[in-house]
Design a protein around this ligand. Sequence first.
Ligand code: DGP
Length: 114
Amino acid sequence: MSDTIFGKIIRREIPADIVYENDEVLAFRDLNPQAPVHVLFIPKRPLATLNDAAESDAGLLGRLLLAASAYARQEGFAESGYRTVINCNEHGGQTVFHLHVHLLAGRHMHWPPG
Ligand code: DGP
């Protein structure tokens, strides 16, 4: 896949407010937050969209979600709740083509989304 702004964040070429990192996952605050807490969890290995994930990426996808829930527990909002979202392609509202999980918290979320 071609490079994205998230690739530049991974390589520390542009700044980001990084809240968590391990060998394969990076998490940082969204530049345009939609809730009091809005953190993006991304794989360091680039995958453009969820459509590009293969069976061999199942563990990685699971660990992205587990990193998000661990962060929610650590920050104390796991019990009050939160939302995780993966946008895919045009109708999903995806704008950055490096797979990411949005973690939103700190307010009531509504359903259905707009
Ligand atoms: P999506 O629409 O699902 O592709 O979400 C992309 C998100 O990425 C969007 O909520 C704004 C965020 N974003 C875009 N550029 C930057 C950036 O340079 N830094 C940070 N921290 N977030 C960004």
